[in-house]
Design a protein around this ligand. Structure first.
Ligand SMILES: Cc1cc2nc3c(=O)[nH]c(=O)nc-3n(C[C@H](O)[C@H](O)[C@H](O)COP(=O)(O)OP(=O)(O)OC[C@H]3O[C@@H](n4cnc5c(N)ncnc54)[C@H](O)[C@@H]3O)c2cc1C
Ligand SMILES: CC(C)=CCC/C(C)=C/CC/C(C)=C/CSC[C@H](N)C(=O)O
Length: 479
């Protein structure tokens, strides 16, 4: 077996969302108990996994749903002793600004007949296309369980399914599905609404994020009881990392003399905590927060060549929770008693001021929308802009309370996509670059695992464990 160098003394991770906390977990697994890991967080542990409180109950405000085949998230929940709850399976409709162009039925067989009647076998074909992408995507778990790492997002995707797979970043979902023979009607009425609810965008996103988004039409979606952010606090604790509440301002490489007397290149991390500015030195640094358009306010000082800048902007999305009685006549001619839908998605119509509206349950409920005798529910609305009072009154006959949270939610996807480097500098790694492929909790966990493996192999000179070609064939026969 390959020789191992002494582990690093100190590692810094910037950002305590799911990316940063899972990086801490995997770094601890790889480098062992003696490495000091500092995790910097300027806001709340969880980042985009956060809850909002409405009338004393907490609801997911950011990352909400998890796919049944998101194996890292599944493993975290198990290892941390948390519980999963199934996401509610109410009925969905699609509104185009004038009418409901599609409505689910509570009868499975009626649903199938409706789908075939309206769209032929396109729904089935779409599921087959998505399952094919997902099948290839699942190979990452095998590669990571054998400790293989990738130095770029493109290499990672290429290892999963070759040129066709990494090439999905370069074509729009629309082009991809049109070429596969899907009709305009199906793309407008089914595919586009799914892109709007999940990524606040259109079918102009690239094919890979399109497929990830469409996996949300699978059954068995779930969430973490008590809130998805519990995974982050659990991983932080399990990794025995040291949380530093502060905002990282700059990173610079400097030569330091360690206790051993050897001059060593380290990164100086300067951060603001309360009114104080402090700094500390690290052997390895992982950045687990988007660097796009200076969103995270981190400056890389005196790097030659300079650390690249990432220009792609993040979509502004507003989550609004309203406890009230829906004005169902905004969407259909039916009164509330007869409405029956718990989710309304929307087509890509610029006159619409919402992307979606759905009934939600509190993170401590059993995730079946709390029953209501008077037609009042808690509704979650996604919109590009903050809703005005007039807009809320258009959606609701009456409401008791409303709260909102704004996000720079996920990248604006515009193929062809050139992903950021994972290796920003010798021992400086970028976890969040994976969001160029798709932004989701599981994607951050995969990127974190990859960055931890990459840092470990590069530290120990195990270059054969990085960007290995033909992994699928190589591992197919191994148990
Ligand atoms: C409204 C919404 C709905 C979503 N729904 C889903 C969903 O249903 N399912 C799903 O899988 N995904 C969903 N996502 C996406 C998912 O939430 C994100 O992909 C994921 O949470 C990103 O995690 P992260 O750790 O990579 O980044 P973040 O959670 O953004 O973590 C980065 C952290 O870094 C901190 N930070 C930034 N700059 C500094 C600094 N200078 N110093 C110190 N700390 C800093 C931030 O405060 C933040 O806590 C949704 C996202 C949003 C916004
Ligand atoms: C990575 C793979 C294979 C699957 C992840 C699928 C997934 C859960 C993607 C999340 C997409 C996303 C950003 C959804 C946002 S809105 C979700 C939901 N409708 C809500 O109510 O919050």
């Amino acid at each position: 077996s390959a020789e191992r160098r002494a582990p690093p003394d100190k590692i810094a991770i910037i950002g305590a969302g799911i990316g940063g906390t899972s990086a801490a977990y995997y770094l601890r697994q790889k480098f062992g108990k003696d490495v000091k890991i500092d995790l910097f967080e300027r806001g709340e542990v969880g980042g985009r996994l956060a809850t909002m409180t409405l009338q004393g109950q907490e609801y997911e405000a950011g990352g909400s749903i998890i796919h049944p085949l998101n194996l890292h998230m599944k493993r975290f929940v198990k290892d941390l002793g948390l519980s999963a709850v199934q996401s509610s399976g109410g009925l969905m409709g699609v509104y185009n600004g004038e009418t409901l162009v599609f409505e689910e039925s509570s009868w499975y067989i009626i649903n199938i007949i409706k789908l075939i009647w309206q769209y032929g076998f396109q729904s089935l074909r779409m599921h087959m296309w998505v399952e094919d992408v997902l099948d290839k995507f699942m190979r990452i778990y095998r590669y990571q369980s054998h400790d293989y790492a990738f130095s770029s997002v493109e290499n990672l995707l290429h290892s999963l399914g070759g040129d066709d797979f990494s090439g999905m970043l370069n074509r729009t979902l629309l082009e991809t599905l049109q070429k596969a023979g899907f009709s305009e009607k199906f793309l407008d009425e089914i595919v586009a609404p799914v892109m709007r609810v999940n990524y606040g965008q259109s079918t102009d996103v690239h094919g890979f994020v399109g497929a990830v988004s469409l996996t949300c039409t699978d059954s068995g979606l779930w969430a973490v009881e008590g809130g998805n952010k519990l995974v982050c606090s659990g991983l932080l604790k399990a990794s025995k990392s040291n949380l530093i509440s502060g905002s990282v301002m700059s990173i610079e490489e400097k030569t330091r003399t360690k206790q051993t007397g050897n001059p060593t290149k380290m990164y100086e991390v300067v951060y603001q905590t309360g009114s104080e500015t402090r700094s500390d030195f690290y052997d390895i640094v992982l950045v687990a927060t988007p660097l796009n358009r200076k969103m995270s306010g981190i400056t890389f000082l005196n790097f030659d060549p300079p650390i690249e800048e990432f220009h792609q902007y993040y979509e502004h999305i507003v989550t609004t929770l309203v406890k009230g009685k829906l004005n169902s006549t905004t969407f259909s001619s039916r009164a509330l008693d007869n409405f029956g839908l718990s989710t309304v998605l929307t087509t890509d119509n610029s006159d619409l001021f919402i992307n979606s509206i759905e009934i939600v349950s509190s993170v401590r409920g059993n995730n079946h929308p709390q029953s209501s005798t008077d037609g009042t529910h808690v509704w979650k609305i996604f919109s590009q802009e903050t809703l005005t009072k007039e807009q809320i009154l258009k959606l609701f006959l009456s409401y008791d309370d409303a709260v909102k949270r704004q996000w720079l939610a996920y990248p604006h996807y515009k193929p062809p996509e050139k992903c950021p480097s994972i290796i920003l500098h010798d021992r400086l790694y970028y976890v969040s670059g994976i969001e160029c492929a798709a932004s989701a909790m599981e994607m951050s966990a995969i990127a974190a695992h990859n960055a931890a493996l990459l840092a470990y192999h590069r530290w120990n000179g195990h270059m054969h464990m990085i960007d290995q070609e033909g992994l699928y064939e190589k591992l197919k026969t191994e148990l």
